[in-house]
Ligand binder design. Structure first.
Ligand code: NIG
Ligand code: ZN
Length: 412
């Protein structure tokens, strides 16, 4: 099937083949084509160009994008979209003055979500997660990473990952899954952290690998959760099964996890609200993508990642939602792009690059997603009529996504 989009006011993020990520000053440029057409053949971008030289094309579907922008879909490289229930009560506790760490210390937080998820039937978990997935698709997300980590038992971790894989069968959005058994220490292992790490490495991982349930492996490397030694063990174990790391690190403290991630060629290091000079140094010249999660900073009132400092030091940067019930109950990439501009001093060009091509790198799909490039998967968003792409982050909190194309099909 061929789909032709005509009269595009601006085709945004137009790239030659072979661009896999953008670092430092490169992030300031966002190539566009004005008054353009774009042709989709089956699930791929077949071609594009200026309307003045549009060839004769017989298309099955034609879309008129007069006044509208066409962008590659948002890529959300860090989410916990599969979860059960919510943590509204903790939201109130927070308003009443408790910090995220205090809530966790009194039995709330991750283990609270784990308790609920363990008691939720797989079909019910699927339905709750499907609803969230459909909501983010409508907001322009075309690829999403989904973590486990609210199971904390072998059975419940497998349940989460099975649900994430099942979601892929339901919608043409691209999904990658990450095993995050080391998200928090279950109560039963309170005095036996090594016992839980052993369970992760010797029981959970082999089964997950055998059933091909995960693409990546994650750990929450943070004071009060898992330390550097635990991180090394988990990344080492993941390596045996061909799973690269995507780790939670530097959310509250800088304890050296970024260097460990880089040493293990982690695909990404995520959160990065607290960054020391040596963390920035460790990332220079590495193949690890730093990922910032501004909605988490907004929701739990913690510092935003020092994006300016990182980009000015020549680093690449990606953006993601961290969609989860505790620290970011929101999967809106449009809001993330706005927050990056408003709170992190990123320009619209930098923020859009961070939410598309660099985010695709952080998911390991940069060869097929994240830019308007011939041969890439036709995952696209079409905006309302808006004056410029900069209007997207400027008009924060408003929805300007009019239509959505996934794998070449109009789904919204
Ligand atoms: N920080 C660790 N994990 C999640 C939050 C988990 C939760 O509070 O439920 C995050 O990325 O923010
Ligand atoms: Zn997270």
């Amino acid at each position: 099937m061929k789909t032709l989009i005509r009269n595009i006011k601006q085709l945004v993020q137009v790239r030659e083949e072979g661009i896999e990520k953008l670092s430092g000053e490169e992030m300031a440029t966002l190539p566009t084509l004005s008054n353009a057409w774009l042709l989709i053949n089956d699930y791929k971008i077949e071609g594009f160009g200026g309307m003045e030289s549009i060839p004769h094309i017989e298309a099955d579907v034609e879309i008129d994008a007069t006044g509208k922008m066409v962008l590659p879909s948002w890529v959300d490289s860090h989410t916990h979209l599969v979860y059960a229930g919510n943590r509204e009560q903790e939201f109130i506790d927070k308003i009443n003055g408790l910090t995220y760490e205090e809530i966790a210390a009194k039995g709330g937080g991750i283990v609270n979500s784990a308790k609920e998820l363990q008691q939720t039937e797989e079909e019910e978990l699927f339905q709750q997660s499907l609803q969230r997935l459909e909501q983010v698709i409508k907001m322009g997300t075309g690829a999403i990473e989904i973590k486990s980590g609210y199971g904390l038992t072998t059975e419940a971790e497998l349940k989460m990952l099975r649900v994430a894989r099942k979601l892929q069968k339901r919608h043409p959005i691209t999904i990658k899954t990450t095993f995050l058994g080391a998200h928090a220490l279950p109560k039963e292992y309170k005095d036996n952290k090594q016992g839980y790490i052993d369970l992760i490495c010797e029981e959970m991982l082999p089964t997950i690998a055998e059933e091909n349930l995960a693409d990546y492996i994650d750990i929450f490397c943070e004071q009060g959760y898992f330390d550097l030694k635990d991180t090394e063990q988990v990344l080492e174990a993941g390596k045996k099964y061909g799973l690269r790391g995507k780790i939670h690190v530097n959310q509250f403290n800088s304890i050296g996890g970024i260097k460990t991630g880089v040493d293990y060629h982690a695909l990404s290091v995520d959160h990065l609200e607290v960054m020391k000079e040596e963390d920035i140094e460790a990332l220079k010249g590495s193949d690890t993508m730093p990922v910032a999660l501004p909605s988490c900073s907004l929701f739990i009132n913690i510092p935003y990642s020092p994006a300016r400092k990182m980009i000015d030091a020549g680093l690449p940067l990606a953006l993601a939602t961290d969609y989860n019930p505790g620290s970011s109950p929101n999967g809106n990439m449009n809001l993330v792009v706005s927050l990056a501009c408003i709170k992190m001093g990123m320009t619209p060009e930098e923020a859009i690059n961070a939410a598309t091509i660099n985010a695709a790198y952080a998911m390991g799909i940069q060869k097929t997603h994240g830019s308007i490039t011939k041969g890439k998967t036709a995952n696209l968003l079409i905006t309302d009529p808006i004056p410029s792409y900069g209007f997207l982050p400027y008009s924060f909190g408003n929805n300007h996504i009019d239509q959505v194309i996934l794998a070449g099909r109009l789904v919204k």
